[in-house]
Ligand binder design. Structure first.
Ligand code: TYD
Length: 203
């Protein structure tokens, strides 16, 4: 089972992942938690560049770095785990690129699809999308303190990203599970956990 978690800034992905990690480890359900960018040692180095505010990247250069990170991640982590029939949850994946580099930076979706097809990537069985108003998300990020190269973008950038995610989710209800991330975290956790458990039971 390959699950991905998506959402814009400040939606609470990290908190949710910590709760899911504890839950599945308590229940002795084997789950591999991983993330993009930075799911491999090589990806960690790429992540540093991507998040560094002092580095200016052309949108295509940014995309190529994201895809380099993903290629390492797919070949070193995701494919080997899927081969062993392990359950995987990846914090961000393909849809982040379509949303951030496509809708956000304005790279043509067709170009992105062409480039991503070169990765020959496995498709997720389920994508959980945490939805939150851009203002609330950015307020949460502000409270955390330091911002990274993406978080310093303006409201319009993140509005485009949210709109894209919502369009994707609405168009493919069988693949996506939307959670209202303005709800209290224990409710968000229950919804995510129950959705994952029912998907595991289907298999
Ligand atoms: P992440 O660690 O999930 O940050 P956060 O928890 O703050 O959302 O991701 C780091 C940044 O990388 C995030 O701002 C989104 C960006 N990103 C892309 O722009 N495209 C991608 O394909 C991926 C995977 C991430």
């Amino acid at each position: 089972m390959f699950i991905t978690l998506e959402g814009s800034e400040g939606v609470g992905k990290s908190t949710l992942i910590d709760l899911l990690k504890d839950y599945f480890s308590d229940k002795k359900i084997d789950f591999l938690f991983t993330r993009e960018p930075g799911g491999t040692k090589e990806g960690q180095a790429i992540r540093k560049i991507l998040l560094d505010k002092s580095i200016e990247l052309n949108s295509y250069s940014e995309t190529f770095l994201i895809l380099a990170d993903r290629y390492e991640h797919i070949n070193k982590i995701i494919n080997p785990a899927l081969k062993k029939n392990q359950n995987i949850l990846s914090d961000r994946y393909i849809d982040s690129t379509l949303a951030y580099q496509g809708a956000g930076r304005g790279i043509d979706q067709k170009d992105l699809e062409f480039l991503m097809n070169l990765l020959n990537y496995p498709k997720p069985d389920l994508t959980i999308y945490l939805d939150l108003s851009v203002e609330e998300g950015l307020n949460r990020v502000k409270k955390r303190g330091k911002s990274d190269r993406f978080e310093k973008e303006d409201l319009i950038f993140f509005e485009k990203i949210r709109k894209f995610y919502l369009k994707l989710v609405t168009a493919n209800p069988e693949k996506y599970f939307l959670i209202d991330a303005s709800k209290p975290i224990d409710e968000v956790f229950d919804l995510a956990k129950n959705c994952i458990l029912s998907k595991l039971n289907e298999k």
